[in-house]
Design a protein around this ligand. Structure first.
Ligand code: ADP
Ligand code: ZN
Length: 735
């Protein structure tokens, strides 16, 4: 029973699914419109979501305040938000907040100060030449540059003018005072430089061209998921650039999702080279003002290509024509905080709702993706080989049981020797260890005490360069105590195990003349640092890179021919469903850094268990064998993608309350065929940021509607205060 004088408005906040508001007589609104409404003593911006529920009596109904002058949120996007909320068992308002993270971007931007030439006295000014300088005013070279920049240009924003003319703001104010120019307001630049699809790209090989044609042909032809698979260096990026070019030609916007966008300097440079303009970036390192500007550019359609981390998927794009998810297997696409979702999966959902194609690119597609190809839901395009003369690197296993280094060292003799050889040949090497800091564990020699985080069930990691210990879960830091707090022994603490800093120390002792660069998220902060790193490696200012996973992705270093993996077993331990798959993907990716140009590459994997199927498959380059075995294992125990899984995390400040709540939750679980509830048990990270955590797992057949079950279950369970319940559909983190 809908009434024309009221409507439901969804607000970007984590409760409820929208409130009814009265539409003032002088206001016309339609679904999707952004409106300002009162909420208690405050005002908030929300989106008209549809017909009112009609439950609120007229006299309690509040009126909308104003409608924003902004493009409405498209129907497909509103359905997308409802879809995610239902899937993730989350409040629709929480999902809306991801799409409208900077509500003030809806207000028209305040004008900036600009300058223009003083208007000619009269007459149709035919010549763009500036008017003659008033008598007695000196035209310095700086002033002349400003006049040149303004000739024919109308009003130019002060900041842009300063950059264009290379002058300080004092020059501009001086010129205004002297009557050479005058100040005037200028609208904030709403345009975004348009990428040009018709600049020449690289000449594609026959295989690449065939894949590019298939992708480009899908643009404008409705929904499709296209898996672009090819080893690293096979030209996947060049190929999907052609799909973006086609979207641009058709006047459609594109979203590209990349892991670690802040560090993808090389990708950005290549995009600019291909299209002559930078894409609009979207990631967490932007300032609020930048977010405002870019959100508006995306939502009004002026930004044609947005590239970003997973959150870029949520941006409103009125003319969306293409989504690309590069490195689609990457686990950073899974968001664990707030609304728990996987951006690759949601990209497919958005593509379906918007009826556009989505490209999933990877050298090692996720098992979920492989399964969807086999079910015939996704199309698969393969680039069979590396571009040019580059061959895949040869992979050698190094058995630490047989040729391991002496105690207290981490690099086997053969590894050190091969690095030395590589550097002597004028080539570069990369040592990979996914552990920041100096040592992952510090313990007391006297009593065995391990230094732990007071807020997390985790060891403190020594960061020797920074002179402190740090918790990698919550960021808690402290200095190394001189005395053991347990037994009182002095200077008794010893570091156990290696981090990248400790490797650098070892290398300095063994290969003193090597120029070493340690690259981790501690040392490479943001795009500028990443660009500097790439430059240093390119210019040969670095011989040996030592780094974590930030070095595994995307980079192309032509002279890098050796990759040494210090601990290939690192990801295999623990009860993680995807441990083997992830290790396979990571090792493939790191190995892919070696030998990307003419010189052949070589990879050495140090391992305590070289007979492990993952390592054997890597060494043999046996993709199909690995996937077949991994699939069989998952199928046998009904695990994703052959069964459904959800985690329910119960957390709170008081250990006892959390445990009781988790047990109660377990007791209230409805009994249902084809579904089992496991637990509760303390989560592996039983304490995180001061919150105690218990976990239940729901395991179900693919035919079961897991979300329905969980909603029913949660709604019949009494919820005690002081305890939070988080639902994680298809969990990736088992900590
Ligand atoms: P991938 O994304 O599969 O790792 P890229 O697209 O990054 O591969 O290509 C690897 C390198 O080879 C890049 O430097 C790229 O510019 C270059 N390349 C790929 N295909 C061609 C081609 N057809 N012509 C020239 N260079 C190419
Ligand atoms: Zn901590």
């Amino acid at each position: 029973m809908s009434r024309a004088d009221r409507a439901k408005v969804l607000l970007p906040m984590p409760v409820g699914s929208g409130y009814d508001y009265r539409i003032p007589a002088d206001m016309a609104v339609s679904p999707g419109d952004f409106v300002r409404v009162p909420l208690g003593p405050r005002q908030m911006t929300g989106v008209v979501w549809g017909a009112a529920d009609g439950a609120v009596p007229d006299d309690r109904l509040k009126a909308m305040i104003a409608r924003h002058d902004a493009p409405p949120l498209a129907k497909a996007h509103r359905r997308f938000i409802d879809w995610i909320a239902a899937y993730a068992v989350a409040a629709p308002g929480s999902v809306l907040r991801m799409s409208v993270p900077v509500p003030e971007a809806l207000d028209p931007p305040a004008p900036e100060t600009g300058y223009r030439l003083v208007a000619p006295a009269a007459g149709p000014a035919a010549a763009p030449a500036p008017p003659p300088a008033p008598p007695g005013v000196r035209i310095t070279p700086q002033r002349q540059r400003v006049l040149d920049a303004l000739a024919d240009a109308g009003t130019v924003a002060a900041e842009r003018l300063r950059t264009a003319a290379g002058v300080s703001s004092a020059v501009l104010t001086g010129m205004a005072k002297a009557g050479l120019v005058e100040a005037a307001p200028v609208a904030v630049r709403a345009d975004w430089p348009a990428p040009d699809p018709d600049r020449a790209g690289v000449a594609l090989s026959a295989d690449q061209a065939a894949a590019a044609r298939a992708l480009a042909g899908a643009v404008g032809a409705g929904y499709a998921t296209l898996v672009l698979e090819g080893v690293s260096g096979s030209g996947k990026t060049e190929v999907y650039f052609e799909a973006i070019a086609e979207a641009l030609r058709q006047g459609r916007q594109s979203i590209v999702l990349l892991p670690e966008i802040a560090l993808s300097a090389q990708w950005l440079a290549r995009f600019e080279q291909r299209f002559g303009a930078a894409p609009a970036p979207w990631h967490s390192d932007l300032t609020r003002a930048q977010r405002r500007q870019i959100w508006r550019a995306a939502a009004t359609g002026t930004a044609r290509v947005v590239v970003g981390a997973r959150s870029a998927l949520m941006l409103p794009m009125p003319e969306l024509g293409l989504i690309v998810v590069d490195e689609e297997h990457d686990q950073s696409f899974k968001q664990e905080d707030g609304v728990v979702y996987h951006a690759r999966d949601m990209a497919v959902v958005r593509a379906t709702l918007e009826e556009v194609p989505v490209v999933l690119a990877s050298a090692t597609p996720a098992l979920e993706t492989v399964a969807n190809v086999e079910r015939g839901r996704y199309a698969r395009l393969v680039l069979p080989e590396r571009h040019g003369r580059a061959a895949m690197p040869a992979v050698e296993l190094l058995d630490l049981r047989e040729e391991g280094p002496p105690r207290g060292r981490w690099l086997a003799g053969r590894m050190v020797h091969t690095i030395a050889e590589t550097l002597a040949a004028g080539e570069q090497a990369l040592l990979y260890l996914n552990r920041r800091g100096y040592a992952p564990l510090t313990l007391c020699r006297g009593c065995g005490l391990r230094l732990e985080c007071p807020q997390c069930a985790a060891w403190l990691v020594e960061h020797r360069l920074a002179g402190r210990l740090e918790c990698h879960h919550c960021g808690h830091t402290r200095t190394l105590p001189r005395e053991c707090p347990e037994c009182g022994a002095e200077d008794s603490f010893v570091p156990c195990g290696p981090g990248v800093e400790r490797l650098a120390e070892e290398v300095a002792g063994l290969l003193p003349s090597a120029r070493v660069l340690v690259a981790t998220s501690d040392t490479i902060r943001g795009p500028a640092a990443a660009a500097a790193l790439v430059g240093d490696v390119r210019d040969g200012a670095v011989d040996l890179l030592i780094g974590t996973q930030i070095l595994a992705k995307g980079h192309h270093f032509p002279r890098l021919t050796l990759v040494g993996v210090v601990d290939a077993d690192l990801g295999l331990a623990g009860g993680d469903l995807r441990a083997a798959e992830r290790t396979w993907q990571m090792l493939n990716q790191v190995a892919g850094r070696a030998g990307r140009a003419e010189r052949p590459g070589r990879v050495i994997l140090q391992s305590w268990q070289p007979e492990h199927p993952v390592l054997q498959a890597i060494a043999a380059g046996d993709r199909d064998g690995f996937i077949a075995e991994e699939k069989a294992g998952r199928e046998r125990c009904g695990m994703p993608p052959y069964g459904r899984l959800a985690a329910i995390i119960v957390s709170g400040r008081r250990a006892e309350a959390v445990q009781q709540a988790a047990q109660a939750l377990g007791r209230y679980a409805p009994v249902q065929d084809g579904l089992a509830v496991l637990g509760p048990t303390p989560a592996p990270l039983a304490l995180l940021r001061g919150y105690f955590r218990h976990r239940l797992l729901v395991k179900a057949a693919r035919t079961v509607n897991l979300q329905d079950y969980i909603r029913r279950w949660l709604s019949r369970t009494p919820q005690p205060g002081g305890v939070r319940i988080k639902v994680d559909i298809d969990p990736y983190s088992f900590s």
